[in-house]
Write a protein that binds this ligand. Sequence first.
Ligand code: 6PG
Length: 250
Amino acid sequence: MLVGELRIHPDPEALARAVAERWVELAAEAARARGRFHVALAGGSTPRRLYRLLAETPYRERIPWAQVHLWFGDERCVPPDHPESNYRMVRESLLDRVPIPPEQVHRMEGEAEDPAEAATRYARELTSQLPLSAQGVVQFDLILLGMGTDGHTASLFPGTPVLRERARLVEAVHVERLGRWRITLTLPVIDHAHHVLFLVTGAEKAAVIREVFIGRPSPPYPVQLIQPRGQVEWHLDEAAAAELPEELRR
Ligand code: 6PG
């Protein structure tokens, strides 16, 4: 059930460079069309190389940083300087190296005593800054997403109530398997983005990629619940695409 365009790259470095090119193109397009580029960043480890590239020549100079607003797809409920913090990963690989106005970096408050209140505050900030889709849902220009080996994306994990949330924009979720609270954008926000780019690398993701693209697992994986109104691109490296049938790889 492939939804969107599939692009397979030889290795993680080639994938990061290709996605950096797309990032630059989409940033320029949004800045021209709407005066702003609102992008939600993925956490985890895969996008780290991409973020470092965006902070280096030639990409750094091609991005209209004064018009960029960086948001987060999800955050672990830890302080912003914690080794598990997505904000810390983004700060070290990108924020500390580019001239983005600090007020245009919108951090999820992972350190908050009450994650649900932090989620509500984040939703309020989204509503105050983002344009709305024709259906009245906040609309990102771009949402970057990774995917776990269980088919989760952002912090939308299998079997969690947030998968049924169709009204609220941001939710706090307790992930049993991790014994951790997280804050995440919900499916409606992902559905209404102009562009969604998945970055998936590594042999350990090959089996779930095959299931997601050609399987009919029941219940469906969280990534299979996305009903995108915009353009979706799957960027895989050869290792993650290794179990896809030939006809899909052309
Ligand atoms: C997070 C991410 C999560 C991530 C996947 C893949 O906070 O961990 O938002 O959804 O994208 O777990 O993680 P890797 O890129 O580390 O494989």
